[in-house]
Design a protein around this ligand. Structure first.
Ligand SMILES: [Zn+2]
Length: 242
């Protein structure tokens, strides 16, 4: 499948699920801003407390958590999103457990998103780019896939959620953030500046903001260029039949 083979996405509600503050703004905020501009209600669910994300030895974990939450609130505001929820699983220790899956399934049932965006859990490393995918990213993606299908969909999964009024919900489309491989590109030419603004909010994570922004812009130009857009964000898109 290529971008052209998919029907256009015009979601009413979009939920992004990721491990850390800044993950969604790096991977998908141009797309999330484009959805918001077309009227979608955009929500973020961040699974960890982000308490490990610094190399500054003068920073303590409690202050870092507060700083990163403020940064993420500013980030989602920049792209016109509605709300962000923070869970408090420990940064660096996220695992694919039923508790994590239940928390995600609860949010899916509460918000009823048409589109869910998360990290592609199949990305373990990239030899070409010399990187190992953060284990929290993989766990967040895996738990989210499991929550979308089948756990949010079936009332007999997590019966305690159903008993508490969280009706089952079917998500129509998954967009998986995967920097190595994509089958779908979203045109973010109109929203690249909002994406860069969202990234600017995460000052604690970007020691060289100008360089980071230039790298992100170049990557968006490369990905977009393949589909004839000035700027693009690429995903693995999965449409789930009703
Ligand atoms: Zn991360």
């Amino acid at each position: 499948m290529t971008t052209q083979d998919f029907p256009e996405l015009t979601p009413k509600v979009v939920l992004g699920v990721a491990a850390h503050p800044d993950d969604l703004d790096f991977g998908a905020s141009g797309t999330l801003a484009a959805f918001a501009a077309k009227g979608a209600a955009v929500y973020y669910l961040l699974l960890t407390d982000g308490s490990k994300g610094t190399s500054d030895t003068s920073v303590n974990a409690d202050d870092l958590v507060k700083t990163r939450q403020q940064e993420q609130r500013a980030g989602i505001q920049a792209i016109g999103g509605k709300d962000v929820k923070f869970l408090s699983y420990k940064d660096g220790e996220l695992e694919v457990t039923m508790d994590v899956k239940r928390d995600i399934a609860r949010e899916i049932r509460a918000l009823k998103p048409d589109v869910v965006i998360t990290m592609d859990p199949s990305v373990l490393y990239s030899a070409a780019r010399g990187m190992i995918n953060h284990p929290d990213h993989r766990a967040a993606g895996q738990a989210t896939l499991d929550a979308v299908y089948p756990l949010a969909r079936d009332h007999l999964s997590f019966p305690e959620l159903f008993a508490a009024g969280f009706e089952p919900h079917k998500v129509s489309t998954l967009l998986l953030i995967n920097f190595n491989d994509q089958n779908y590109t979203v045109d973010v030419s109109q929203t690249i500046d909002l994406k860069l603004q969202a990234l600017e909010a995460h000052a604690s994570q970007m020691p060289d903001m100008a360089k980071t922004k230039a790298t992100v812009r170049d990557l968006a130009a490369t990905i977009g260029g393949k589909s004839g857009y000035q700027f693009g964000e690429g995903f693995i898109r999965i449409d789930i039949p009703a």
